[in-house]
Write a protein that binds this ligand. Structure first.
Ligand code: UD1
Ligand code: CA
Length: 458
Protein backbone atom coordinates (compact mmCIF):
# COMPACT_ATOMS: atom_id res chain seq x y z
CA UNK A 1 0.00 0.00 0.00
CA UNK A 2 1.33 3.41 -1.00
CA UNK A 3 1.46 6.00 1.76
CA UNK A 4 -1.03 8.82 1.08
CA UNK A 5 0.52 12.00 -0.29
CA UNK A 6 -0.01 15.35 1.46
CA UNK A 7 1.28 18.47 -0.26
CA UNK A 8 2.08 21.66 1.64
CA UNK A 9 2.44 24.83 -0.42
CA UNK A 10 4.20 27.71 1.34
CA UNK A 11 2.72 31.05 0.36
CA UNK A 12 2.64 33.21 3.46
CA UNK A 13 5.73 35.31 2.74
CA UNK A 14 5.69 39.02 2.23
CA UNK A 15 7.07 39.39 -1.27
CA UNK A 16 8.47 42.78 -0.28
CA UNK A 17 10.54 43.18 -3.44
CA UNK A 18 7.47 43.00 -5.68
CA UNK A 19 6.45 46.39 -4.24
CA UNK A 20 2.81 45.44 -4.73
CA UNK A 21 -0.50 45.41 -2.88
CA UNK A 22 -1.28 42.09 -4.52
CA UNK A 23 0.02 38.99 -2.68
CA UNK A 24 3.06 37.78 -4.61
CA UNK A 25 1.66 34.38 -5.56
CA UNK A 26 -1.33 36.07 -7.26
CA UNK A 27 0.86 37.87 -9.78
CA UNK A 28 0.23 36.26 -13.16
CA UNK A 29 2.61 34.16 -15.19
CA UNK A 30 1.26 33.21 -18.64
CA UNK A 31 -2.07 34.73 -17.62
CA UNK A 32 -2.55 32.64 -14.45
CA UNK A 33 -1.54 33.43 -10.86
CA UNK A 34 1.83 31.90 -9.91
CA UNK A 35 0.20 29.65 -7.34
CA UNK A 36 -2.17 28.17 -9.95
CA UNK A 37 0.84 26.75 -11.78
CA UNK A 38 2.03 25.14 -8.54
CA UNK A 39 -1.48 23.83 -7.82
CA UNK A 40 -1.66 22.30 -11.32
CA UNK A 41 1.59 20.40 -10.69
CA UNK A 42 0.32 19.39 -7.23
CA UNK A 43 -3.05 18.20 -8.56
CA UNK A 44 -1.39 16.01 -11.16
CA UNK A 45 0.29 13.97 -8.40
CA UNK A 46 -3.09 12.83 -7.07
CA UNK A 47 -2.55 13.93 -3.47
CA UNK A 48 -4.83 12.97 -0.63
CA UNK A 49 -4.67 16.57 0.60
CA UNK A 50 -3.23 19.94 -0.45
CA UNK A 51 -2.57 22.43 2.29
CA UNK A 52 -1.74 26.04 1.48
CA UNK A 53 -0.01 28.12 4.16
CA UNK A 54 -0.96 31.76 3.65
CA UNK A 55 -0.59 34.90 5.72
CA UNK A 56 0.60 38.10 4.19
CA UNK A 57 -2.26 39.80 2.39
CA UNK A 58 -4.87 38.16 4.63
CA UNK A 59 -7.87 36.53 3.02
CA UNK A 60 -7.13 37.93 -0.45
CA UNK A 61 -5.37 34.74 -1.49
CA UNK A 62 -7.99 32.12 -0.52
CA UNK A 63 -10.71 34.37 -1.88
CA UNK A 64 -8.95 34.75 -5.23
CA UNK A 65 -8.26 31.03 -5.66
CA UNK A 66 -11.70 29.86 -4.50
CA UNK A 67 -10.94 26.19 -4.04
CA UNK A 68 -12.79 24.78 -1.05
CA UNK A 69 -11.10 21.41 -1.62
CA UNK A 70 -7.80 22.92 -0.44
CA UNK A 71 -6.94 23.20 3.22
CA UNK A 72 -6.11 26.84 3.93
CA UNK A 73 -3.90 27.35 6.97
CA UNK A 74 -3.13 30.84 8.13
CA UNK A 75 0.36 31.64 9.43
CA UNK A 76 0.37 34.82 11.48
CA UNK A 77 2.98 36.20 12.12
CA UNK A 78 5.41 34.71 9.58
CA UNK A 79 8.35 33.37 11.57
CA UNK A 80 10.09 31.36 8.87
CA UNK A 81 9.63 28.35 6.61
CA UNK A 82 9.83 25.90 9.56
CA UNK A 83 7.17 27.85 11.42
CA UNK A 84 5.02 27.80 8.26
CA UNK A 85 5.12 24.00 8.04
CA UNK A 86 4.46 23.77 11.81
CA UNK A 87 1.09 25.43 11.17
CA UNK A 88 0.20 22.72 8.66
CA UNK A 89 1.56 19.83 10.76
CA UNK A 90 -1.64 19.11 12.79
CA UNK A 91 -3.46 18.55 9.48
CA UNK A 92 -0.99 15.96 8.19
CA UNK A 93 -1.73 12.27 8.69
CA UNK A 94 1.00 10.33 10.51
CA UNK A 95 1.17 7.71 7.77
CA UNK A 96 1.44 10.23 4.91
CA UNK A 97 4.44 11.40 2.95
CA UNK A 98 4.66 15.18 2.82
CA UNK A 99 5.83 17.17 -0.21
CA UNK A 100 6.78 20.79 0.47
CA UNK A 101 6.36 23.22 -2.46
CA UNK A 102 6.70 26.99 -2.74
CA UNK A 103 3.84 29.09 -4.10
CA UNK A 104 6.34 31.38 -5.82
CA UNK A 105 8.21 28.64 -7.71
CA UNK A 106 5.74 28.16 -10.57
CA UNK A 107 7.46 26.05 -13.21
CA UNK A 108 8.24 22.93 -11.18
CA UNK A 109 7.42 19.84 -13.27
CA UNK A 110 5.27 17.01 -11.99
CA UNK A 111 7.80 14.44 -13.30
CA UNK A 112 10.50 15.84 -11.02
CA UNK A 113 8.16 15.72 -8.02
CA UNK A 114 6.95 12.22 -8.81
CA UNK A 115 10.49 10.88 -8.40
CA UNK A 116 10.75 12.58 -4.99
CA UNK A 117 7.45 11.08 -3.82
CA UNK A 118 8.70 7.60 -4.74
CA UNK A 119 11.81 8.11 -2.59
CA UNK A 120 9.79 9.31 0.41
CA UNK A 121 7.39 6.36 0.08
CA UNK A 122 10.48 4.14 0.52
CA UNK A 123 11.02 5.90 3.88
CA UNK A 124 13.90 8.19 2.82
CA UNK A 125 14.07 11.98 2.48
CA UNK A 126 14.16 13.47 -1.02
CA UNK A 127 15.76 16.90 -1.26
CA UNK A 128 15.70 18.86 -4.52
CA UNK A 129 19.05 20.58 -5.06
CA UNK A 130 20.70 22.34 -7.96
CA UNK A 131 24.16 23.71 -8.77
CA UNK A 132 24.18 27.43 -9.56
CA UNK A 133 26.91 29.63 -11.02
CA UNK A 134 25.82 32.28 -8.58
CA UNK A 135 24.50 30.62 -5.40
CA UNK A 136 24.21 33.91 -3.47
CA UNK A 137 21.17 34.14 -1.21
CA UNK A 138 20.37 30.43 -1.22
CA UNK A 139 20.85 27.84 1.49
CA UNK A 140 23.97 25.73 0.76
CA UNK A 141 24.04 21.94 0.81
CA UNK A 142 26.79 20.79 3.19
CA UNK A 143 28.04 17.23 2.56
CA UNK A 144 30.25 15.03 4.76
CA UNK A 145 33.53 13.29 3.81
CA UNK A 146 31.57 10.46 2.18
CA UNK A 147 29.62 12.92 0.05
CA UNK A 148 26.37 12.41 1.98
CA UNK A 149 24.11 15.36 2.76
CA UNK A 150 24.78 16.48 6.32
CA UNK A 151 22.85 19.73 6.72
CA UNK A 152 21.77 22.96 5.01
CA UNK A 153 23.29 26.27 5.99
CA UNK A 154 21.48 29.51 5.12
CA UNK A 155 23.48 32.16 3.26
CA UNK A 156 23.34 34.56 6.22
CA UNK A 157 24.64 31.91 8.63
CA UNK A 158 27.34 30.47 6.35
CA UNK A 159 31.13 30.57 6.85
CA UNK A 160 33.33 31.72 3.94
CA UNK A 161 34.09 28.04 3.10
CA UNK A 162 30.37 27.23 3.10
CA UNK A 163 29.59 30.23 0.90
CA UNK A 164 31.91 28.70 -1.72
CA UNK A 165 29.56 25.69 -2.08
CA UNK A 166 27.62 25.94 -5.34
CA UNK A 167 25.02 23.23 -4.60
CA UNK A 168 21.94 24.96 -3.21
CA UNK A 169 18.65 24.07 -1.56
CA UNK A 170 15.66 24.69 -3.84
CA UNK A 171 13.40 24.43 -0.78
CA UNK A 172 11.42 21.54 -2.25
CA UNK A 173 11.56 18.33 -0.27
CA UNK A 174 9.53 15.19 0.37
CA UNK A 175 9.60 13.04 3.50
CA UNK A 176 7.51 10.85 5.83
CA UNK A 177 5.06 12.91 7.94
CA UNK A 178 5.66 11.27 11.30
CA UNK A 179 9.39 12.05 11.24
CA UNK A 180 8.84 15.55 9.89
CA UNK A 181 6.46 16.37 12.74
CA UNK A 182 8.93 15.16 15.36
CA UNK A 183 11.74 17.29 13.93
CA UNK A 184 9.50 20.34 13.48
CA UNK A 185 8.75 20.27 17.20
CA UNK A 186 12.48 20.61 17.93
CA UNK A 187 13.24 23.63 15.69
CA UNK A 188 14.75 26.72 17.25
CA UNK A 189 15.16 30.26 15.94
CA UNK A 190 18.71 30.64 17.20
CA UNK A 191 20.19 31.85 13.91
CA UNK A 192 21.15 34.99 11.99
CA UNK A 193 17.58 35.79 10.96
CA UNK A 194 15.83 34.74 14.19
CA UNK A 195 13.56 32.48 12.12
CA UNK A 196 12.43 28.88 12.40
CA UNK A 197 14.21 27.29 9.45
CA UNK A 198 12.61 24.28 7.79
CA UNK A 199 16.09 23.53 6.48
CA UNK A 200 17.28 22.56 10.00
CA UNK A 201 15.17 19.41 9.64
CA UNK A 202 17.83 18.06 7.25
CA UNK A 203 20.59 18.33 9.87
CA UNK A 204 18.39 16.58 12.45
CA UNK A 205 17.60 13.77 10.02
CA UNK A 206 21.29 13.29 9.16
CA UNK A 207 22.22 13.09 12.84
CA UNK A 208 19.66 10.30 13.27
CA UNK A 209 21.26 8.43 10.36
CA UNK A 210 18.31 8.92 7.96
CA UNK A 211 18.90 8.51 4.25
CA UNK A 212 18.77 11.90 2.51
CA UNK A 213 18.75 11.53 -1.27
CA UNK A 214 19.38 14.49 -3.53
CA UNK A 215 17.13 14.91 -6.58
CA UNK A 216 17.75 17.38 -9.39
CA UNK A 217 15.44 19.18 -11.79
CA UNK A 218 15.88 18.50 -15.51
CA UNK A 219 16.37 22.26 -16.05
CA UNK A 220 17.19 25.08 -13.67
CA UNK A 221 14.05 27.06 -14.63
CA UNK A 222 11.95 24.47 -12.81
CA UNK A 223 13.20 25.69 -9.45
CA UNK A 224 13.52 29.43 -10.05
CA UNK A 225 11.46 31.53 -7.67
CA UNK A 226 9.86 34.91 -8.16
CA UNK A 227 10.96 37.60 -5.74
CA UNK A 228 10.86 40.69 -7.96
CA UNK A 229 9.11 41.91 -11.09
CA UNK A 230 12.38 41.44 -12.99
CA UNK A 231 12.46 37.76 -12.03
CA UNK A 232 8.78 37.43 -12.92
CA UNK A 233 9.42 38.86 -16.38
CA UNK A 234 12.45 36.58 -16.87
CA UNK A 235 10.44 33.51 -15.91
CA UNK A 236 7.61 34.58 -18.22
CA UNK A 237 10.00 34.74 -21.17
CA UNK A 238 11.53 31.36 -20.26
CA UNK A 239 8.11 29.80 -19.95
CA UNK A 240 6.91 31.31 -23.24
CA UNK A 241 10.07 30.05 -24.93
CA UNK A 242 9.30 26.54 -23.66
CA UNK A 243 5.72 26.77 -24.94
CA UNK A 244 6.97 28.05 -28.31
CA UNK A 245 9.47 25.18 -28.57
CA UNK A 246 6.68 22.69 -27.85
CA UNK A 247 4.46 24.23 -30.55
CA UNK A 248 7.26 24.09 -33.12
CA UNK A 249 8.02 20.49 -32.14
CA UNK A 250 4.36 19.70 -32.94
CA UNK A 251 4.77 21.20 -36.42
CA UNK A 252 3.56 24.78 -35.94
CA UNK A 253 5.46 27.51 -37.84
CA UNK A 254 6.29 30.45 -35.58
CA UNK A 255 7.82 33.30 -37.54
CA UNK A 256 9.65 34.30 -34.35
CA UNK A 257 9.43 32.01 -31.28
CA UNK A 258 10.53 34.94 -29.11
CA UNK A 259 7.46 36.92 -30.12
CA UNK A 260 4.42 34.88 -29.11
CA UNK A 261 2.48 34.80 -25.83
CA UNK A 262 0.25 31.94 -24.83
CA UNK A 263 -1.80 32.74 -21.74
CA UNK A 264 -3.98 29.68 -21.58
CA UNK A 265 -4.17 26.68 -23.89
CA UNK A 266 -3.38 26.78 -27.59
CA UNK A 267 -4.17 23.68 -29.61
CA UNK A 268 -2.99 23.60 -33.23
CA UNK A 269 -3.63 21.33 -36.21
CA UNK A 270 -1.12 20.61 -38.97
CA UNK A 271 0.78 23.34 -40.78
CA UNK A 272 -0.48 26.24 -38.73
CA UNK A 273 1.44 29.49 -39.22
CA UNK A 274 1.59 32.20 -36.56
CA UNK A 275 3.19 35.53 -37.36
CA UNK A 276 4.93 37.75 -34.78
CA UNK A 277 3.38 39.51 -31.79
CA UNK A 278 0.25 37.37 -31.34
CA UNK A 279 -1.37 36.77 -27.95
CA UNK A 280 -3.53 33.72 -27.26
CA UNK A 281 -5.71 33.77 -24.16
CA UNK A 282 -8.13 31.30 -22.61
CA UNK A 283 -8.77 28.26 -24.81
CA UNK A 284 -7.81 28.70 -28.45
CA UNK A 285 -8.05 25.98 -31.09
CA UNK A 286 -6.54 26.48 -34.55
CA UNK A 287 -7.39 23.90 -37.22
CA UNK A 288 -5.15 22.58 -40.00
CA UNK A 289 -3.54 25.19 -42.27
CA UNK A 290 -4.78 28.15 -40.26
CA UNK A 291 -2.73 31.35 -40.58
CA UNK A 292 -2.72 34.03 -37.91
CA UNK A 293 -1.35 37.41 -38.98
CA UNK A 294 0.92 39.66 -36.97
CA UNK A 295 -0.19 41.33 -33.72
CA UNK A 296 -3.52 39.59 -33.38
CA UNK A 297 -5.16 38.82 -30.03
CA UNK A 298 -7.32 35.68 -29.85
CA UNK A 299 -9.21 34.77 -26.69
CA UNK A 300 -11.45 31.69 -26.39
CA UNK A 301 -11.64 31.21 -30.13
CA UNK A 302 -11.96 28.26 -32.47
CA UNK A 303 -10.62 28.78 -35.97
CA UNK A 304 -11.47 26.01 -38.44
CA UNK A 305 -9.12 24.58 -41.06
CA UNK A 306 -7.83 26.81 -43.81
CA UNK A 307 -9.13 30.01 -42.26
CA UNK A 308 -6.92 33.07 -42.18
CA UNK A 309 -6.78 35.83 -39.59
CA UNK A 310 -4.92 38.79 -41.07
CA UNK A 311 -2.82 41.23 -39.04
CA UNK A 312 -4.10 43.33 -36.11
CA UNK A 313 -7.32 41.48 -35.32
CA UNK A 314 -8.97 41.21 -31.91
CA UNK A 315 -11.17 38.12 -31.66
CA UNK A 316 -12.91 36.91 -28.52
CA UNK A 317 -15.47 34.22 -27.76
CA UNK A 318 -16.02 33.35 -31.41
CA UNK A 319 -15.97 30.53 -33.94
CA UNK A 320 -14.38 31.15 -37.33
CA UNK A 321 -15.43 28.72 -40.07
CA UNK A 322 -13.30 26.83 -42.58
CA UNK A 323 -11.57 28.96 -45.24
CA UNK A 324 -12.96 32.14 -43.71
CA UNK A 325 -10.85 35.31 -43.92
CA UNK A 326 -10.87 37.92 -41.17
CA UNK A 327 -9.07 41.26 -41.07
CA UNK A 328 -6.76 43.08 -41.14
CA UNK A 329 -8.02 45.29 -38.31
CA UNK A 330 -11.22 43.40 -37.51
CA UNK A 331 -12.86 43.10 -34.11
CA UNK A 332 -14.92 39.97 -33.52
CA UNK A 333 -16.75 39.93 -30.21
CA UNK A 334 -18.31 37.17 -28.08
CA UNK A 335 -21.14 35.09 -29.45
CA UNK A 336 -20.06 35.42 -33.07
CA UNK A 337 -20.07 32.45 -35.43
CA UNK A 338 -18.69 32.86 -38.91
CA UNK A 339 -19.55 30.05 -41.32
CA UNK A 340 -17.29 28.66 -44.03
CA UNK A 341 -15.70 31.09 -46.50
CA UNK A 342 -17.03 34.20 -44.78
CA UNK A 343 -14.98 37.34 -45.43
CA UNK A 344 -14.68 40.05 -42.82
CA UNK A 345 -12.56 43.03 -43.82
CA UNK A 346 -10.92 46.05 -42.21
CA UNK A 347 -12.55 48.13 -39.48
CA UNK A 348 -15.49 45.76 -39.13
CA UNK A 349 -16.93 44.96 -35.71
CA UNK A 350 -19.15 41.92 -35.28
CA UNK A 351 -20.88 41.06 -32.03
CA UNK A 352 -23.10 38.13 -31.09
CA UNK A 353 -24.02 37.37 -34.69
CA UNK A 354 -24.15 34.40 -37.03
CA UNK A 355 -22.84 35.00 -40.52
CA UNK A 356 -23.63 32.34 -43.15
CA UNK A 357 -21.59 30.62 -45.84
CA UNK A 358 -19.59 32.92 -48.14
CA UNK A 359 -21.13 36.16 -46.93
CA UNK A 360 -18.96 39.28 -47.09
CA UNK A 361 -18.70 42.26 -44.77
CA UNK A 362 -15.60 43.89 -46.09
CA UNK A 363 -15.34 47.48 -44.87
CA UNK A 364 -16.16 49.74 -41.92
CA UNK A 365 -19.30 48.09 -40.55
CA UNK A 366 -20.95 47.23 -37.24
CA UNK A 367 -23.03 44.08 -37.16
CA UNK A 368 -24.48 43.22 -33.75
CA UNK A 369 -27.18 40.77 -32.60
CA UNK A 370 -27.73 39.79 -36.21
CA UNK A 371 -28.42 36.68 -38.21
CA UNK A 372 -26.87 36.96 -41.65
CA UNK A 373 -27.70 34.22 -44.16
CA UNK A 374 -25.63 32.71 -46.99
CA UNK A 375 -23.97 34.71 -49.75
CA UNK A 376 -25.03 38.04 -48.34
CA UNK A 377 -23.03 41.13 -49.32
CA UNK A 378 -22.95 43.93 -46.77
CA UNK A 379 -21.61 47.18 -48.21
CA UNK A 380 -19.17 49.59 -46.63
CA UNK A 381 -20.34 51.55 -43.62
CA UNK A 382 -23.40 49.43 -42.82
CA UNK A 383 -24.64 49.58 -39.25
CA UNK A 384 -27.16 47.48 -37.37
CA UNK A 385 -28.87 49.81 -34.89
CA UNK A 386 -29.43 47.03 -32.37
CA UNK A 387 -29.73 49.08 -29.20
CA UNK A 388 -32.47 51.59 -28.38
CA UNK A 389 -30.81 52.72 -25.17
CA UNK A 390 -32.56 50.08 -23.09
CA UNK A 391 -33.02 46.89 -25.11
CA UNK A 392 -31.09 44.95 -27.72
CA UNK A 393 -32.96 43.88 -30.85
CA UNK A 394 -32.13 41.39 -33.58
CA UNK A 395 -31.57 42.02 -37.25
CA UNK A 396 -32.21 39.26 -39.77
CA UNK A 397 -30.64 39.42 -43.22
CA UNK A 398 -31.72 36.48 -45.34
CA UNK A 399 -29.70 34.58 -47.96
CA UNK A 400 -28.30 36.44 -50.96
CA UNK A 401 -29.43 39.86 -49.77
CA UNK A 402 -27.37 42.87 -50.90
CA UNK A 403 -27.05 45.76 -48.47
CA UNK A 404 -26.01 49.03 -50.15
CA UNK A 405 -23.21 51.04 -48.56
CA UNK A 406 -23.88 53.35 -45.64
CA UNK A 407 -27.18 51.73 -44.67
CA UNK A 408 -28.62 51.64 -41.18
CA UNK A 409 -30.78 48.69 -40.22
CA UNK A 410 -32.94 49.75 -37.27
CA UNK A 411 -33.66 46.54 -35.38
CA UNK A 412 -35.84 44.61 -34.99
CA UNK A 413 -35.96 44.36 -38.77
CA UNK A 414 -35.69 41.70 -41.48
CA UNK A 415 -34.22 41.94 -44.96
CA UNK A 416 -35.86 39.24 -47.09
CA UNK A 417 -34.10 36.66 -49.21
CA UNK A 418 -32.44 38.19 -52.26
CA UNK A 419 -33.56 41.72 -51.33
CA UNK A 420 -31.45 44.72 -52.29
CA UNK A 421 -31.13 47.87 -50.19
CA UNK A 422 -30.10 51.02 -51.99
CA UNK A 423 -27.05 52.83 -50.66
CA UNK A 424 -27.77 55.14 -47.74
CA UNK A 425 -31.01 53.43 -46.73
CA UNK A 426 -32.29 53.81 -43.19
CA UNK A 427 -34.37 50.65 -42.87
CA UNK A 428 -37.08 50.86 -40.21
CA UNK A 429 -39.55 48.33 -41.65
CA UNK A 430 -38.91 44.88 -43.16
CA UNK A 431 -37.57 44.81 -46.72
CA UNK A 432 -39.50 42.31 -48.86
CA UNK A 433 -37.61 39.46 -50.53
CA UNK A 434 -36.31 39.95 -54.06
CA UNK A 435 -37.21 43.65 -54.28
CA UNK A 436 -35.16 46.86 -54.20
CA UNK A 437 -35.91 48.92 -51.11
CA UNK A 438 -34.45 52.34 -50.48
CA UNK A 439 -35.16 55.31 -48.26
CA UNK A 440 -33.48 58.27 -49.74
CA UNK A 441 -34.21 61.98 -50.13
CA UNK A 442 -34.60 62.60 -53.87
CA UNK A 443 -31.61 64.33 -55.45
CA UNK A 444 -32.19 67.80 -56.89
CA UNK A 445 -30.12 70.67 -58.29
CA UNK A 446 -30.66 74.44 -57.84
CA UNK A 447 -29.64 75.97 -61.14
CA UNK A 448 -27.52 79.16 -61.00
CA UNK A 449 -26.90 78.89 -57.23
CA UNK A 450 -23.90 80.97 -56.10
CA UNK A 451 -21.55 80.18 -53.22
CA UNK A 452 -21.46 82.92 -50.55
CA UNK A 453 -18.35 85.08 -50.88
CA UNK A 454 -16.10 86.69 -48.24
CA UNK A 455 -16.03 90.51 -48.10
CA UNK A 456 -13.67 91.98 -50.71
CA UNK A 457 -13.71 88.79 -52.81
CA UNK A 458 -14.75 89.25 -56.43
C1 UD1 B 1 14.49 29.40 1.56
C2 UD1 B 1 15.39 28.32 2.17
C3 UD1 B 1 16.72 28.28 1.45
C4 UD1 B 1 16.50 28.06 -0.02
C5 UD1 B 1 15.55 29.09 -0.58
C6 UD1 B 1 15.17 28.75 -2.01
C7 UD1 B 1 14.78 28.22 4.54
C8 UD1 B 1 15.15 28.61 5.91
N1 UD1 B 1 15.58 28.63 3.58
O1 UD1 B 1 15.13 30.62 1.79
O2 UD1 B 1 17.54 27.26 1.97
O3 UD1 B 1 17.75 28.11 -0.73
O4 UD1 B 1 14.32 29.14 0.17
O5 UD1 B 1 14.42 29.79 -2.56
O6 UD1 B 1 13.81 27.51 4.34
N2 UD1 B 1 7.28 31.43 3.65
C9 UD1 B 1 6.17 31.28 4.44
N3 UD1 B 1 6.22 31.70 5.74
C10 UD1 B 1 7.33 32.22 6.29
C11 UD1 B 1 8.47 32.36 5.48
C12 UD1 B 1 8.43 31.95 4.17
O7 UD1 B 1 5.13 30.80 3.98
O8 UD1 B 1 7.30 32.56 7.48
C13 UD1 B 1 7.23 30.99 2.25
C14 UD1 B 1 7.43 32.13 1.28
O9 UD1 B 1 6.17 32.69 0.91
C15 UD1 B 1 8.11 31.45 0.10
C16 UD1 B 1 8.86 30.32 0.74
O10 UD1 B 1 8.28 30.10 2.01
O11 UD1 B 1 7.18 30.89 -0.80
C17 UD1 B 1 10.35 30.61 0.87
O12 UD1 B 1 10.49 31.77 1.66
P1 UD1 B 1 11.69 32.75 1.45
O13 UD1 B 1 11.64 33.81 2.46
O14 UD1 B 1 11.78 33.12 0.03
O15 UD1 B 1 12.91 31.75 1.81
P2 UD1 B 1 14.42 32.09 1.72
O16 UD1 B 1 14.84 32.81 2.93
O17 UD1 B 1 14.69 32.70 0.39
CA1 CA C 1 12.91 33.12 -1.85
Amino acid sequence: MNAPLAIVILAAGRGTRMKSDLPKVLHPLAGRPLIQHVLAAADSLGPERICVVYGHGGETLPQAIRRPDLLWVRQEPQLGTGHAVQQAAPHLREDAVVLILYGDVPLIRAETLQEMVLIAREGAIALLTVRLDNPAGYGRIVRNGRGEIERIVEHKDASPEELAIDEVNTGILCLPAAKLKRWLADLSNDNAQGEYYLTDVIGMAAREGERILPCHPASVWEVLGVNSRQQLAELERMHQRNLAEALMAQGVTLIDPARIDVRGSLQCGRDVLIDVGCIFEGRVVLGDNVKVGAYSVLKDVEVAHGAEVLAFCHIEGARIGPQARVGPYARIRPGTELDAEVQIGNFVEIKNSQVGFNSKINHLSYVGDAYVGRKVNIGAGTITCNYDGANKHRTVIEDEAFIGSDSQLVAPVTVGRGATLGAGTTLTRDAPPGELTLSRVRQFTIPGWQRPKKKGEE
